[in-house]
Ligand binder design. Structure first.
Ligand code: ARG
Length: 467
């Protein structure tokens, strides 16, 4: 190709190594459509403002439209082009001739590339948030069907208190909602136009930055041209949002791995999301969940790479910035893949309701409520009740008895030891306290696991989904 970029300044080509080392053409393909749009908006504005001859502008725009309809394959993606901007300029020049050069009036690749990245990232965020919302919709539907499905909640991965599967699912939904809202917030800072900053100080041509922003669908124009070409905090911020989403998804995947083990047996993955062993014929392994958990860590590496690249460069454009973008797209793609697979896997989970009901009452999971009932019915300070129930549990474990065997006589005996007198709760209150379903029903406060409270949470979530 005719090197119209270097022709004036240099009498020598780059070595093949240096060209290959410095080209961004490979990953620039991601911003191909955006770069065509940016060129078109800029050229349109230049014509409208009378900065370039109208006939040249029309020819350039026709060439860009032709390229848009032909697609990326029409471009000469040669590594000797520094980047997609040069490849597109080459295409337009081949069609239009020398007048194509007007396209580059009052524009630099510095403002162009960050405009393209912002445009592309806007549509990536729109896509990801749409997919998060679809996943939340699936979770909400599952929650509606499991409002009464008893489930055991853990702290420290030890039995803690009974809850419902719906309540746990809605924890996922709320985390995902915040992940989504974080993207919406980031979007505001992506949705501002750097175009017109040119290399870094704008230009002496009377360009209309507001007009190009409008043509490209940006809400605002950036106020400082050095900041315009320099800033990539929007990339770091989006990379954090992807890392946080990956974390949420990795945690969900992690629970599926645990819950589907033989010891837990709380859920079963669909065969479509499971693997077997090449030697152990009995195995059903949650490989997809494990891979989702493992792949989620990629997002942290990409975030750290992006932050580290940003930290040590001076203001305005530095070529280092070129190296940032592939890490953004990698975390976008990786996290989107995880989102899709975890959505599919959760949607096809089978819950073992017999087992979760059994676990909800096992291992003294209702002990907190027994202490609470002493406070409520006998006006005992909670710490005293906590001590009595703690002793009931340790005595029970020593005697090898279970929650069902705790009766009025036993409770009185322990309370005599601790308080010096029997507490006299009576059989009914004790049975009521130790019943996991009643435990769940009593937690009607906002955010609680009672079906009524979870239904309210579902209503709130549906309002968000329909916004
Ligand atoms: N390929 C470059 C990037 O992605 C485009 C801007 C190049 N600007 C320059 N002055 N070399 O950042």
């Amino acid at each position: 190709m005719d090197d119209f970029l270097r022709a004036g300044r240099f009498d020598e080509k780059m070595t093949d190594d240096a060209a290959a080392f410095s080209t961004s053409i490979e990953f620039d393909q991601r911003i191909f459509e955006e770069d065509v749009k940016t060129n078109r908006a800029h050229t349109t504005m230049l014509m409208e403002e009378g900065i370039i001859p109208e006939d040249a502008g029309v020819k350039i725009i026709n060439a860009l439209n032709k390229l848009e309809s032909e697609g990326l394959s029409a471009l000469n993606i040669d590594p000797s082009f520094e980047d997609i901007h040069m490849a597109i300029e080459d295409y337009v020049t081949n069609l239009v001739g020398k007048e194509a050069g007007f396209m580059h009036t009052a524009k630099s690749r510095n403002d162009q590339v960050c405009t393209d990245i912002r445009l592309k990232l806007k549509s990536e965020i729109e896509n990801t948030t749409k997919n998060i919302k679809q996943f939340i919709t699936t979770i909400v539907e599952m929650a509606k069907e499991n409002l009464d499905t008893l489930f055991i909640a853990y702290t420290h991965l030890q039995h803690a208190q009974p809850t419902t599967f719906a309540h746990h699912l809605m924890a996922y939904a709320n985390e995902l909602r915040r992940d989504c809202e974080r993207f919406y917030d980031t979007y505001k800072r992506v949705d501002i136009s750097p175009l017109g900053a040119a290399a870094l100080t704008t230009t002496g041509f009377p360009i209309n930055r507001q007009r190009t922003a409008e043509l490209l669908g940006f809400s605002e124009v950036m106020d400082n041209s050095i900041d315009s070409v320099s800033s990539r905090d929007f990339v770091a911020e989006a990379a954090f949002d992807y890392a946080m989403l990956a974390t949420t998804l990795g945690k969900i995947a992690d629970e599926i791995v645990i819950w589907s083990s033989y010891e837990f047996r709380m859920v079963e993955c669909s065969n479509a999301y499971s693997s077997t062993s090449s030697i152990m014929p009995q195995k059903k392994n949650p490989d997809i969940a494990e891979l989702a958990r493992g792949k989620s860590t990629v997002a942290y590496g990409e975030l750290m790479t992006i932050l580290s690249m940003l930290k040590a460069i001076p203001h305005s454009y530095n070529r280092d910035l070129q190296e940032l973008t592939p890490h953004l797209w990698n975390t976008v793609d990786n996290t989107n893949d995880i989102l899709k697979i975890v959505h599919g896997m959760v949607a096809t989970l089978t819950i073992n309701k017999e087992r979760t009901k059994q676990l909800a009452s096992a291992n003294f999971a209702t002990a907190t409520e027994l202490a609470d009932i002493m406070v409520r019915e006998k006006n005992l300070p909670f710490r005293s009740a906590h001590t009595i129930v703690g002793k009931i549990v340790s005595d029970s474990i020593e005697k090898g008895i279970t929650t069902e065997d705790i009766d009025n006589e036993f409770v009185n005996k322990v309370s005599e030891e601790i308080l010096g007198e029997p507490i006299e709760l009576g059989e009914d209150l004790i049975r009521q306290a130790l019943d996991p379903a009643l435990n769940v029903k009593s937690r009607t406060v906002k955010g609680g696991c009672a079906p009524s409270a979870v239904r309210d949470a579902i209503d709130n979530m549906e309002k968000f989904l329909n916004e």
